[in-house]
Design a protein around this ligand. Structure first.
Ligand code: GDP
Length: 280
């Protein structure tokens, strides 16, 4: 990605002029890092000597991120349940499939629940993924109750000794109370069968500052344990990931970098920041 790389390459040897700083401010804002965060970084750049520039910006960004564990939880000796939530179109269903594929590849038995019952296409999409990656998918009636699909899937997962259940949820954002009601119900019925271990919020990395607003709505509806940032392949907008983690204090756990089954990686803050600052 290297959004800021060319700036730091240029000024590792000389001091930036006010015009250069303005240009840099523009790049920061365009990356969706947010106005406050951008001003803090510009302030640092104005104060620092050129040799220390990228180092101090890197440590400032790192300090604003969470220190919590970024690994996907695995419950000890029982089913691990993961809810995947987010606005439609952000990459939820694709992320469910990629994560399932990753967990299966590391030796786990995984089952999926297609609880986005309001969109027939979403259910079909998950079934297609399931067939492709060799993972069972529990489905329900079109327009049926998402919570009942989630409940059936949890029951089967527990009875049949699966290690992971991943639930793809509906991302309708009609009203906040509607969302809270729906996600709250899914959560409650699944927890009758087995505890929920992760609630991952899917954030479209190209979505702009609106991503923070979306994340806040979901965080109010159901308590989130991690963020997955999608569509970072070829994007120049990766700043929203950092801004959202900083605003919500929820760790980014995974990063989506394409539409394929294996295009999902663990989020490594140091490498991510270093790429941002060093690659041109
Ligand atoms: P949902 O409505 O939130 O379930 O979103 P989908 O999983 O259907 O994804 C919406 C679109 O984004 C699809 O065309 C996906 O192939 C695409 N997509 C999802 N994740 C990524 C990603 O990491 N990179 C890219 N380039 N496309 C993605």
């Amino acid at each position: 990605m290297g959004l800021f790389g060319s700036f730091f390459t240029k000024f590792s040897r000389s001091r930036a002029t006010p015009e250069d700083i303005n240009e840099f401010r523009k790049v920061l804002i365009e990356s969706d890092i947010g106005a406050d965060f951008a001003e803090e970084i510009v302030g640092l750049v104005e104060r620092e000597k050129s040799e220390e520039l990228s180092k101090s910006v890197a440590s400032h960004i790192r300090a604003s991120l969470s220190d919590s564990d970024r690994a996907i939880v695995k419950a000890d000796g029982r089913l691990t349940t993961i809810l995947v939530v987010g606005v439609n179109g952000t990459g939820k269903t694709t992320t469910v499939a990629k994560l399932a594929n990753q967990l299966k590849s590391s030796g786990n038995r995984v089952i999926l629940a297609a609880a986005d019952t309001f969109r027939a296409a979403a259910v079909e999409q998950l079934e297609t993924w399931g067939a492709r990656i060799g993972i069972p998918v529990v489905i329900g009636k079109v327009n049926g109750d998402p919570a009942s699909v989630a409940f059936d899937a949890a029951t089967r997962a527990k009875n049949e000794g699966f290690e992971y259940l991943i639930v793809d949820t509906a991302g309708r954002l009609h009203t906040k109370s509607n969302l809270m009601e729906e996600l709250g119900k899914v959560r409650r019925v699944v927890e009758k069968v087995s505890p929920i271990d992760e609630v991952l919020f899917v954030l479209d990395g190209t979505t702009g500052q609106n991503g923070i607003t979306q994340a806040k709505s979901f965080a109010e509806a159901v308590s989130l344990t991690g963020i997955v940032v999608t569509k970072l392949d070829g994007s120049t907008k990766g700043g929203i990931a950092l801004a959202t983690e900083r605003a919500l204090k929820i760790p980014i756990k995974l990063v989506g970098t394409g539409e394929g089954a294996t295009d999902l990686s663990a989020f490594e803050p140091d490498a991510y920041i270093s790429d941002l600052l060093t690659q041109p």
